[in-house]
Design a protein around this ligand. Structure first.
Ligand SMILES: Nc1nc2c(ncn2[C@@H]2O[C@H](COP(=O)(O)OP(=O)(O)O)[C@@H](O)[C@H]2O)c(=O)[nH]1
Ligand SMILES: [Mg+2]
Length: 217
């Protein structure tokens, strides 16, 4: 699959301010500075669609982008900087957790983790929260260009080991580098499969006949 048009739609602080739920959405989540905006830009082939910031904690809103007028990418605020942790609360803002749990047209979260680092507590907490709340996600390791392939594999193995302690079925894993444009095909493949599955499901559901509609009224 390829993308041809990507347009910024809206910035929203919470679920209520989100755009209509008429298009399927795929969201990018992860620690501030993990590479969410860079990956989003790489995916759609635009250098500065999502603001890439060297300053952590810059984006505090959910940013919606329409792709080919057919589906959406959502750049979520990074956790770990903007919101101060409370002991018993997930370390990201209420708007994001509401969105992740209650957004009906959200298909899948791309949970971004820095491939150059061993498992980080804050990422593990977030991933555990996704599993607990049954939010479907794909694990995406970013910035693979920064360290050796061996180091990346060691960090992936360590995270898988930690995940397997509470996760029955390990998520799909994709490795990416926005600098080397690596992982683009794999990410788009996940999206394409989900869009196809949705289309097939829509075709399976018969349109209600006028008689049925009347009966229900
Ligand atoms: N080497 C390298 N740097 C990256 C990559 N992705 C992002 N960066 C850098 O990491 C910083 C944070 O990136 P950004 O996309 O703004 O992260 P966000 O806060 O998660 O949206 C920026 O300085 C980017 O240039 C990557 O794949 N490789
Ligand atoms: Mg960003």
């Amino acid at each position: 699959m390829n993308t041809s048009t990507a347009v910024f739609l809206r910035s929203a602080p919470d679920l209520e301010s989100c755009p209509d739920d008429d298009l399927l959405e795929f969201a990018f989540a992860g620690r501030s500075n993990v590479g969410k905006s860079s990956l989003l830009n790489m995916l759609v082939g635009k250098r500065d669609l999502a603001k890439v910031s060297a300053t952590p904690g810059h984006t505090k809103h959910l940013n919606f982008f329409n792709i080919d007028r057919r589906w959406r990418l959502v750049d979520l605020p990074g956790y770990g900087f903007a919101e101060v942790a409370r002991k018993d609360k997930a370390r990201f803002n209420q708007g994001v957790s509401d969105y992740l749990v209650n957004r009906t047209n959200l298909v899948c979260v791309f949970a971004l983790v820095d491939s150059t680092l061993p498992p980080q507590k804050i990422d593990l907490e977030f991933l555990e929260w996704l599993v607990d709340n049954e939010v479907p996600f794909v694990l995406v390791f970013t910035k693979t260009d920064k360290v050796s392939a061996t180091k990346v594999q060691t960090n992936i193995a360590a995270l898988k080991e930690r995940l397997s302690q509470w996760c029955e079925k390990l998520p799909e894993i994709i490795t990416c580098s926005s600098v080397e444009r690596r992982g683009r095909k794999e990410l788009l493949e996940v999206i394409e499969q989900a869009l196809k599955a949705d289309l097939a499901q829509a075709e399976d559901e018969p349109e209600p006949t006028s008689a049925e509609t009347t009966e229900r009224d």
